[in-house]
Ligand binder design. Sequence first.
Ligand SMILES: Nc1nc2c(ncn2[C@@H]2O[C@H](COP(=O)(O)OP(=O)(O)OP(=O)(O)O)[C@@H](O)[C@H]2O)c(=O)[nH]1
Ligand SMILES: [Mg+2]
Length: 438
Amino acid sequence: MEDNFELVFSSQEKAIVVSVLLAGESGDRLEEEISELESLLRTLGVQAVGRALQKRHKLTPNCYIGTGKVQEIKDLAQSLGAKLIVFDRNLSGPQVRNLEEMTGMLVLDRTGVILEIFSRHARTNQAKTQVEIARLEYLLPRMTGAWTHFQRQRGGGALQRGMGEKQIEIDRRRARDRISRMQKQLEQIRKEKATQRKSRSNELKVAIVGYTNSGKTTLMKGLTKSQVAPKDELFATLDTSVKTIDPRTRPKILLSDTVGFIRNLSHSLIESFRTTLEEVSEADLLLHVVDVSYAHYEDHIKVTNSVLTDIGAGEVPQVLIFNKVDRLNDPILPRILRSAYPGCIVISAESEKDILKVRDHIYSFFKKNLVTFKMEVPADNQAAQSLVYRNCIIIEKGFDEGRNCLLYHLQATRVSMAKVRNWIVSVDDELFPRELDE
Ligand SMILES: Nc1nc2c(ncn2[C@@H]2O[C@H](COP(=O)(O)OP(=O)(O)OP(=O)(O)O)[C@@H](O)[C@H]2O)c(=O)[nH]1
Ligand SMILES: [Mg+2]
């Protein structure tokens, strides 16, 4: 039987949200972060019934906040009937354990909340495997606390106390074994996906990226006339879906919608989603969707760009799409945005007219950026051939036996062409060679 490690709290639970303001930090930003954490909890069905804030010069290593504050939070939780204490930053394993010992309640941090959402929203085998690896890695140092072995959880109450050291060691070993089994599975999935992408190598790729809940799925739906229903939830989308914008265009343009980003996303979570995000790093163009109705949208842009750099997609050309403009009812905002962010598009993803603006932008981007050229690659240079398959559209392929050379006639965006520049022998045409059908 497969081991199952679960987080022990039910939905409709009540929670106290705890945050710390360090010297020099902005109270405004903290307020935004707390509301974001409360939305994350709402997505789990958990209601935040109280907040506790502590101002500190530095963090305390053993329990993160002062012991007097811990007692105060415990009293507040008891008076409001809350069973969960949720911290807006990430805690270490020992900090969680100490806080649980002191309060007798379940203690969660931001990553724990995000992981729980991810695991509830994962649908495909790939997403489930990725989340489970990140979850077990998160769980390993915390095995004595809120997380417990499923079998024992069934028999007991909310918190399992007094779990023997020997049992904890057994659980840790099982978790590690499971991680390594799942990493092998993920490697297999990654290979299958890479083969799938190779079969789509004669198509142009556009990936929709952005902060969670910015409207990526809504835009995808508009551009591809697909039936996926957007949800007002954080991380509603975890799996990548790929669709053609219009089957009549030549070459075909594929659009992908994928997992959203959020501030302080743990490194192990980004790492585990690398397979999903390969769709993004191999795209020809990124549509970076920003919810402009959120007051600090610049922060969201920064977070998204920093995750993009992290996953090796920092160099992919992107167009900023300011979305949900209908919520603001501000006639001069589009002009302000366009002068602050030249080349951006300001839209409501719910307006058909605006969707056409985005579509036309994609078409004209490729019209401007596609180049056709000829290349010669030595037949034994596998690395160069794989670069061709990953980055270019093959119009024609031949072989020169005398020189043992592969001859390619290719089409690619300028960024992709730069990746294979060592083998280029001539550039045919700087203009888009074939008109896209509208
Ligand atoms: N008013 C308004 N609401 C929008 C617009 N675009 C999206 N929404 C709403 O915003 C919410 C989130 O939209 P999604 O398209 O699911 O956002 P997402 O970026 O895919 O979110 P995740 O997959 O959760 O990261 C939904 O309730 C949408 O109906 C818009 O232009 N105007
Ligand atoms: Mg989505």
